[in-house]
Design a protein around this ligand. Structure first.
Ligand code: NAD
Length: 338
């Protein structure tokens, strides 16, 4: 088995070495993303191991098949970058790492929520200019707050359990209700979540239906001073509407790890360069807005699991013909559930 890894970060190199050695696999490492420009280097490899920045469209799939690649494995949870129908048509097997560490994202979310209610960014900004006054820094306590979680899947469940340790009152919105969460909070309709919560946290996938779930209209249903925390996907929030609501004080704080237009700058060093996005730059300058650059997932545990599970995916396919992390097209999925 020969695997070529794309988009490799420095800290992944040793893991790739030990992970492949476990199974006696050969490997090659590339730091760039798989694309039309470099696809010829996949010749002679059985598997490509990629990240979400590698866009696998029909042309790429055809070329990979021509080069003899049998597996496309993505060492992340998301699958939006894969043309699954094309992959299925060419008989290539594919898999991902659906649950590398929900705790990583949940803990980051809790950190952002705490930072927002304790006015952490304002404190840091003041300290940097040696302004050590206390005026304007009074925070709030989580145990006195009602927190709404939109999406109680793997990550949402973990955030709920962490927040219940702080004594927060928890409300949930999800079309699937988890019994195990009903001991620590209550499922309610979305409208009620908007009306009742002091903090709103998003852990649902971005879909056509929930694009801009938080917009001008839904913000008006929220309590004055609402705190928004988004570690899911940027498109869930109409950022311009949130900026407008922050400016008039209706939104108390906005903490976000994901931004709807992040493609323009994410993973790049933009020091001393203009970012031509006045909404985003305005937000960055505000002391009640906290931004982390899509790093919620980024822990040692998560990186280990991404690399190791993606190699195990190949081992499973090779040895059983199946893989628990197989990514199926909608048609295959429907067929399998009858
Ligand atoms: P999951 O599939 O386990 O859970 C998602 C939950 O959201 C499900 O229970 C689903 O029923 C629910 N849901 C779907 N649409 C909804 C809607 N409109 N309203 C309310 N609930 C809805 O997924 P997960 O592993 O918990 O991940 C959740 C999301 O977190 C991912 O889709 C991804 O967008 C995001 N994520 C972000 C990072 C990061 O680094 N910031 C990392 C991983 C995942």
């Amino acid at each position: 088995m020969k695997i070529i890894f794309f988009g490799v970060r420095e800290e992944e190199k040793a893991l790739i070495k030990s992970g492949t050695e476990n199974y006696g696999y050969e490997y090659a490492i590339r730091c760039d993303y798989l694309s039309k420009e470099n696809i010829n280097c996949t010749k002679g490899f059985d598997a490509v191991n990629i990240v979400v920045n590698c866009i696998i469209d029909q042309t790429i799939v055809a070329k990979l098949a021509e080069n003899g690649v049998r597996y496309i494995i993505t060492r992340a949870a998301g699958t939006n970058h894969l043309d699954l129908n094309a992959i299925a048509r060419y008989g290539i097997k594919t898999a991902n790492v659906p649950s590398y560490s929900p705790n990583a994202i949940a803990e980051h979310t809790v950190m952002l929520a705490l930072a927002a209610i304790r006015k952490f960014k304002r404190q840091i900004m003041q300290n940097q200019i040696k302004d050590f006054r206390i005026k304007g820094l009074m925070g709030m306590e989580m145990r006195n707050m009602t927190v709404g979680i939109v999406g109680t899947g793997r990550i949402g469940e973990c955030t709920a359990k962490l927040l219940s340790g702080f004594g927060a009152k928890l409300l949930f919105y999800d079309q699937y209700r988890k019994k195990e969460l009903q001991d620590i909070g209550n499922y309610v309709e979305l409208e009620k979540l908007f009306n009742k919560c002091d903090i709103l946290i998003f852990h649902c996938p971005l879909t056509k239906e929930n694009y801009h779930m938080i917009d001008k209209k839904s913000l008006e249903k929220c309590k004055n001073g609402i705190i928004l925390v988004n570690c899911a996907r940027g498109g869930i929030i109409d950022t311009e509407a949130v900026l407008e609501a922050l400016e008039r004080g209706h939104v108390g704080s906005f903490a976000f790890d994901v931004y709807e237009k992040e493609e323009a700058f994410i993973r790049q060093n933009k020091q001393n360069q203009m970012i031509e996005d006045s909404v985003f730059t305005k937000l960055l300058s505000m002391d009640n807005v906290i931004y982390t650059a899509h790093t919620a997932f980024y822990t040692d545990e998560a990186v280990f699991n991404m690399v190791y599970t993606s190699i195990e995916d190949i081992y499973m396919y090779e040895n059983t013909g199946n893989c628990v992390n197989e990514i199926r097209t909608m048609r295959e999925h429907k067929r399998s559930i009858g």
